[in-house]
Design a protein around this ligand. Structure first.
Ligand code: G3P
Length: 197
């Protein structure tokens, strides 16, 4: 329980802290989920508060993913499963971000938190995926496309770079979760009415 239970619960609670919700409530007194895409994340923050606050939200959401992974590392101690515990904590934080206990389980899509998690677990994979994602966003003006490019490339890169099989599989679960959370974006993209930046 000490190796898995406590880190998972703490990471989930950490992930449940929604910085987009807190910042828009604090600066504008509104619930971000009533605006734009209805998503509690950095992209929607840019629609409600602008690009600066959106960047702050992105960094804080990424940081909480890193904190969860770091906490997992600390709790795992000398366990041979340390990478796995870190990854599981990261996933728990992403789940917390997407389905936060503090906000009636209506949160975000988990991309910024995934970026934080993957930076600590697979930095090279994160950099390659990040560069591709940024290029896609710049060319298409769709953040959702960049998000899905990111989450698709990371597991492939981890597999190519010989990461532990369990970590690669867990990363694939993260990718499927991201696709699931972006289903409305995908529908909008096919219909041609996805919001551009
Ligand atoms: O990371 C979320 C982004 O991919 C899409 O956000 O608000 O346009 O649904 P949004």
């Amino acid at each position: 329980l000490q190796t898995w239970g406590i880190p998972i619960v703490i990471s989930y609670l950490l992930g449940s802290i929604s910085f987009s919700y807190l910042l828009t409530k604090w600066l504008k007194g509104v619930d971000i989920r009533d605006y734009g895409s209805g998503n509690a994340g950095a992209t929607n923050t840019s629609r409600v508060l602008g690009k600066g606050p959106a960047l702050v939200v992105f960094l804080l959401d990424a940081l909480k993913g890193m904190a969860a992974v770091g906490f997992g590392y600390w709790m795992a101690g000398n366990s041979p499963d340390v990478k796995l515990v870190m990854m599981v904590c990261g996933i728990a934080a992403i789940i917390g971000h997407n389905w936060p206990v503090f906000l009636g389980f209506r949160g975000g899509k988990g991309i910024a938190t995934t970026v934080g998690v993957t930076c600590l677990i697979g930095f090279t994979a994160a950099v390659v995926a990040g560069v591709c994602a940024i290029l896609f966003i710049l060319f298409t003006r769709y953040v959702s496309v960049g998000s899905l490019v990111y989450t698709s490339i990371v597991p492939v890169m981890m597999w190519l770079l010989d990461y532990p099989t369990a970590v690669v599989w867990l990363m694939l679960i993260v990718s499927v979760m991201a696709l699931w959370r972006h289903k409305q974006n995908v529908i909008n993209l096919f219909k041609g009415n996805e919001r551009k930046i």
